[in-house]
Design a protein around this ligand. Sequence first.
Ligand SMILES: C[S@@+](CC[C@H](N)C(=O)[O-])C[C@H]1O[C@@H](n2cnc3c(N)ncnc32)[C@H](O)[C@@H]1O
Length: 298
Amino acid sequence: MEKVYYHKPIMVKEVIEYLNLREGSRVLDCTCGEGGHSYEIAKVLNGKGILICNDKDRDLIKIASERLKEFKNVYFINEGFENIDRISVESGIDEFDAILVDLGMSMYHIANKRKGFSFDSEYPLTMTYAKADKVKYTAYEVVNTFPKKELIEIIFKYGEEPMARKIANIICEYRKKKRIETPKELADLIKEGIGRYYRTKVHPATKTFLALRIFVNEEYEVIERFLSKVGNFMAPGGRLCILTFHSGEDRIVKKHMLQLAKEGHFRIVTPKPIIPSREEVKNNPSSRSAKLRVYEKV
Ligand SMILES: C[S@@+](CC[C@H](N)C(=O)[O-])C[C@H]1O[C@@H](n2cnc3c(N)ncnc32)[C@H](O)[C@@H]1O
């Protein structure tokens, strides 16, 4: 029986086109997940180049390596992509010709309740891509121990949630009685507290969950760290494709890369980001907020 994957890769045709793959290309997929994009890249390379598939989540590396086992010259690394220097050493590749970063989480993380990212998960409230002991704070520690002021800041800054103060109040009142153990407990608590203000189908805890995920995995710092060194690991003319999914991360990419372009390190290939077609959004609603930005190493 054919294996079913949870995550549908986004804007595959556009990503393949902008990566500008050639015979012999040395390609790095920084966040391969279940290997959706990597599979398409490997098909194009057809054994005549090298593909390095990286992901922070070891479980996903296992899935992707099984999915891509038919291809030659595909290698797997389990590293934070911000450590591109280590990826370069481990792979033995000094300069890549094409690099893809598909930010955020995979639908696998939502489907796999143990990861603690989904509203109905009754597993521990971790929300980490790597093992929970690899992060400074898990989501459990944030919601159960952080002072109210910091909770408000996190939910507002990373989730852009206008009701951050109200949500932090609800959390702090609740935890006086008992600790919040699971994502479901947190999601139900927020829904009960602010659900009446929500007129859309979106779960009222969406922005709070996004904020916790970004904070726990230090997602903004990771992007900054990666962008500040990626140019050192790209061949002249090499392409960098970055897929973002919300305004916070897109702003960081746009601003940082504009600066690198001004300094003459990169050419901006897509002055306006590429967005998915209407048809793609219809077939895969989770692509609706995606933006693809492309840069070329000078
Ligand atoms: C949107 S998914 C990628 C999906 C993939 N392109 C596909 O087609 O299946 C994002 C992936 O980034 C990984 N990730 C998140 N932060 C990371 C980091 N700092 N370093 C490496 N991988 C990371 C997640 O584990 C997740 O698998």
